[in-house]
Design a protein around this ligand. Structure first.
Ligand SMILES: C[S@@+](CC[C@H](N)C(=O)[O-])C[C@H]1O[C@@H](n2cnc3c(N)ncnc32)[C@H](O)[C@@H]1O
Length: 287
């Protein structure tokens, strides 16, 4: 049975002849945005408003694509990050395609508990956690290449053996790559808040993700999220507490958790603090 892991699908209009094959015009549910996609179907590059006009004017083929929680901007790799992809990816990166179960014991070469981090950004806080906690294995899932290159360099610099990296949509990985109850914990730090109402559908933590998390995390394991965007924090709290068949709030009903001492400051957290945002942690235990 197909797993439905995205809350919504977007209609895409592909102009018949007016545009080169690599550019696709995305018309969101209200027909407002436009962008390009990569060969992996991930969005890339600046949104091209004129593309909407092209779509309106040309006979277009229509297809659906999932609403993703990220807009992929390739960014430029530094020379060091480029080297990291060549030399370190074969050792620490995992190439994976949907439909295949990831054998975590084989991946890490041991059966220790595994923590999966969704969207690690530049990966510094993830590398630090993995270094401080060698008794567990750590799997980072990110889509942004420069961030992944940065983490590979951190793995090398810190000589870590308990950290592996995937370049995929974490929602797919959790839904299709992870065996039931295989994870000790999942962490999601400072996910993009998508503050505009019309973009809320892109928020990574949404009601469709909860059963996927519930399936992947072992009973007694944890889901730990942090955000500096208060409305998103409140939404997460309500959503997770509503899933009371799956999760218990470790901080007590209606409460945010105290900041766990083990969570290092992340890049986006520093940015939030500079802006004067209050940081909220949510720690939920799998029932
Ligand atoms: C606001 S940044 C936060 C990065 C980091 N956690 C931090 O606190 O510095 C959000 C990150 O999540 C990544 N991301 C968003 N959706 C994702 C998905 N579905 N799968 C993997 N990574 C994702 C983005 O590429 C981005 O690097």
């Amino acid at each position: 049975m197909a797993v439905r892991y995205w809350p919504e699908m977007e209609v895409m209009h592909r102009p018949a002849a007016a545009s080169p094959p690599s550019s696709q015009v995305e018309v969101g549910s209200r027909g407002r945005t436009a962008g390009r996609t990569t060969s992996q179907g991930m969005e890339s590059g600046p949104r091209a408003r004129e593309g909407i006009e092209t779509a309106k004017g040309a006979a277009a083929s229509v297809r659906l694509r999932p609403v993703r929680s990220f807009v992929l901007r390739e960014g430029r790799l530094t020379a060091g990050q480029g080297r990291a992809f060549h030399q370190l990816w074969p050792q620490f990166g995992l190439d994976w395609g949907p439909g295949t179960a990831i054998e975590l014991d084989r991946l890490f070469g041991n059966p220790r508990p595994v923590v999966l981090e969704i969207g690690f950004g530049n990966g510094e806080s993830l590398a630090e956690m993995a270094e401080r906690d060698p008794g567990r294995n750590w799997l980072g899932v990110e889509v942004h290449r420069p961030g992944i290159g940065h983490l590979l360099l951190e793995i090398e610099r810190r000589a870590l053996r308990n950290l592996r990296v995937m370049r995929r949509d974490a929602t797919e990985v959790l839904a299709e790559g992870i065996a039931p109850a295989a994870l000790d914990a999942v962490q999601l730090f400072f996910p993009d808040p998508w503050p505009k109402r019309r973009h809320h559908k892109r928020r990574l933590l949404n009601p469709h993700l909860l059963p996927i998390l519930g399936r992947a995390i072992r009973p007694g394991g944890t889901f730990h999220a942090a955000t500096d965007w208060e409305p998103y924090a409140q939404e997460m709290l309500e959503m997770l507490e509503a899933a009371s068949d799956l999760f218990d709030n470790a901080a007590g009903q209606g409460r945010f958790a105290p900041r766990p001492a083990l969570r290092p400051l992340t890049k986006f957290e520093r940015r939030g603090e500079r802006l004067g945002h209050r940081v909220r942690d949510l720690v939920f235990r799998r029932r």
